[in-house]
Ligand binder design. Structure first.
Ligand SMILES: Nc1nc2c(ncn2[C@@H]2O[C@H](COP(=O)(O)OP(=O)(O)OP(=O)(O)O)[C@@H](O)[C@H]2O)c(=O)[nH]1
Ligand SMILES: [Mg+2]
Length: 201
């Protein structure tokens, strides 16, 4: 896929490498840190702390019972998708008590991946609402766990109440190629949106 025509609004067109800020968002324990880790070209910066007993009741550990750490501030990584496009990845915290950080984190973001664990769909509702509120285009990445059911995409769309234009892709956040494919889908979505915007001018 060729991203050469993709222009970052803050940069002049033509030549050089474009840098794009991308958020990796989603509910608690959906695999955000895992995705930043698997796909980043550099050793990512992570800010994980041990999960405390205090959060045990509110965090609904169903399906991620062996989870011991949670992101308290952000994950940061970067990936060069090709010679002209560099993505800076910002993983959000999933625990509700850190959501107040989201406003600042999203500044300048061109798009987002919203990770969804289909065993716990509701955990990502708030992240989707936030993308819509902050007007950040996004793709849904269904992070497939061994006991995830194979729901038809239309059912998932309905359950998440997202527009038919929002791409939904399945992935394994632990796998670099799979995570990279999600980022490619996001960039393609951003390109499609800007093409539509240009046409309707
Ligand atoms: N089987 C399987 N396990 C995964 C996958 N992705 C993540 N995990 C595991 O699921 C747990 C949650 O992953 P994290 O990457 O910490 O999730 P997170 O969204 O960053 O979590 P918070 O920062 O606490 O919101 C970890 O124990 C991972 O090893 C996956 O694709 N498949
Ligand atoms: Mg995390």
């Amino acid at each position: 896929m060729d991203f050469k025509g993709f222009d970052h609004p803050g940069r002049p067109a033509g030549g050089g490498t474009r840098s794009v800020k991308v958020m990796i968002a989603g509910g608690f324990g959906t695999g955000k840190t895992t995705m930043v880790r698997s796909v980043s070209d550099i050793k990512p910066l992570t800010t994980e702390e041990t999960l405390t007993q205090a959060s045990a009741d509110v965090d609904h550990l169903i399906g991620v019972a062996d989870k011991t750490e949670t992101t308290v501030s952000l994950d940061f990584g970067k990936i060069s998708l090709n010679e002209s496009l560099m993505l800076y990845l910002f993983g959000t915290p999933g625990q509700e008590r850190f959501w107040f950080l989201w406003n600042g984190l999203f500044k300048g973001a061109l798009g987002a991946v919203v990770l969804v664990d289909t065993r716990r769909l509701a955990s990502s509702f708030r992240a989707i609402e936030e993308m819509e509120r902050q007007n950040v285009p996004f793709v849904i990445a269904l992070n497939v766990f061994p006991d995830s059911k194979n729901h038809p995409v239309d059912e998932i769309r309905d359950a998440l109440d997202i527009s038919p234009h929002t791409p939904v892709v399945a992935c394994d956040a632990r796998d670099r190629d799979s995570s990279r494919d999600v980022l490619v889908a996001l960039i393609q979505h951003l390109k499609d949106r800007s093409a539509v915007a240009l046409e309707s001018r």
